[in-house]
Design a protein around this ligand. Structure first.
Ligand SMILES: *Cc1c(COP(=O)(O)O)cnc(C)c1O
Length: 367
């Protein structure tokens, strides 16, 4: 018997998450001096000065275990969001919260989850790892959410429905009343998990976020992350907001130290750094307008976005455009793994990097 036979069948043909390419990797491969990465929706301004200070200050404490459950961070988040501490679960990225939700709420071999297609791949990957069926509902032609078809896929065995808003990779955000109405129409035991990873970039946020409805909707879970606006992608920090009975269950089974000491203090410092957060927002909102206009000018079809990235369809083969940009030192995101072969996604960055991208794209398209 080969050792592979002791691996569960769904693991044997499991294809891993496809991450954005790294700067070092591309520098080496094409012998480039300068490479810009506009592929993973990271904060364009780098690390927050307050976060850097907090990391230096707490470096000498890393020989200790963290406190279990990240109590200081939960308290800070509770004040920041005006949500009771008991409703907050901190995780090693929101990826950990997705994993916990699936394992706590869905019974392997019995229950299912419902997602849109295309959507963020972690939902189906983690469901598969857990032996949970994933039901996929194709987005409308304009990438809006087909609620009617989605509700049609839901049954008594649907543990949860995942909705990303603003959506990745499209940038689309539905009006908040649509989500409220869906929450009310799901079976009592089905959770509506709303992934608000990019909600910080939506303007005005209250038109799109369900945060203020958390106390009124008993089956609502909201996911948030420190990886995007707060600039902590490499430290891994995210959280979920949910009813207290569910938060209790997640916290009981969660690995006790999955949020490390530095991530916790960095998260608290990031919440405090108003100038950094405001500068990031201004950069993204301005950059979104500028890039969108420039992409149009170059003959690309651009999707309206409430996030810190743009989905666009170039007038030439997306694969060719992606490869040529890569060789000139600009990494953006091809969307083959999302089934959107003709589209590309670009993260919004500083004016300098945005314009570098546009110049290189112009050279590919008209050069
Ligand atoms: C980036 C992103 C996240 C954040 O994941 P972390 O594990 O917190 O880094 C979550 N959901 C979506 C849809 C994302 O694009």
């Amino acid at each position: 018997m080969s050792t592979a036979n002791s691996i569960r069948p769904e693991i044997q043909d499991f294809s891993p998450y496809t991450p954005g390419l790294s700067i070092e990797e591309i520098k080496q491969k094409f012998s480039l001096e300068r490479v810009v990465k506009l592929a993973s929706n990271e904060n364009p301004l780098g690390v927050s000065p307050l976060v850097r200070q907090a990391l230096e200050l707490h470096a000498s404490g890393v020989f200790r275990y963290p406190r279990s459950g990240s109590p200081d961070l939960r308290q800070a988040l509770s004040e920041h969001l005006e949500v009771p501490e008991g409703c907050i679960v901190a995780g090693n990225g929101s990826d950990e919260i997705i994993d916990l939700l699936i394992r706590v709420c869905a019974r392997p071999g019995k229950d299912n989850i419902v997602i849109f297609e295309p959507s963020f791949s972690m939902y189906r990957l983690l469901a598969r790892l857990c032996g949970i069926e994933t039901r996929k509902v194709r987005l409308d032609e304009d990438f809006h959410f087909p609620w009617f078809r989605m509700l049609h896929e839901v049954d008594e065995k649907t543990a949860m429905v995942f909705v990303t808003t603003p959506d990745n990779p499209t940038g689309y955000a539905p009006p908040v009343r649509e989500l409220e109405s869906v929450a009310a129409r799901l079976p009592e035991k089905t959770l509506l998990v709303v992934d608000e990873a990019y909600m910080d970039f939506a303007v005005p946020q209250q038109d799109y976020s369900l945060l203020s409805r958390l106390a009124d909707l008993p089956n609502l879970v909201i996911l948030r992350t420190f990886s995007k606006l707060f600039g902590l992608a490499g430290l891994r920090l995210g959280y979920g907001l949910m009813p207290e009975w569910l938060a209790d269950a997640l916290i009981r089974v969660k690995p006790p130290f999955s949020v490390n000491i530095l991530a916790e203090v960095a998260g608290m410092a990031a919440l405090q750094d108003r100038p950094y957060l405001e500068a990031t927002l201004e950069c993204v909102v301005k950059g979104r307008e500028l890039l969108s206009k420039e992409l149009h000018r170059l003959g690309c079809q651009v999707c309206p976005s409430q996030a810190n990235f743009l989905l666009f369809r170039p007038p030439l083969s997306a694969e060719l455009v992606f490869q040529t940009l890569l060789e000139s030192g600009v990494i953006i995101r091809p969307l083959k793994s999302y089934g959107l072969d003709e589209y590309l996604r670009v993260s919004i960055s500083t004016t300098e990097e945005n314009m570098l991208f546009i110049r290189e794209l112009e050279a590919v398209l008209h050069g």
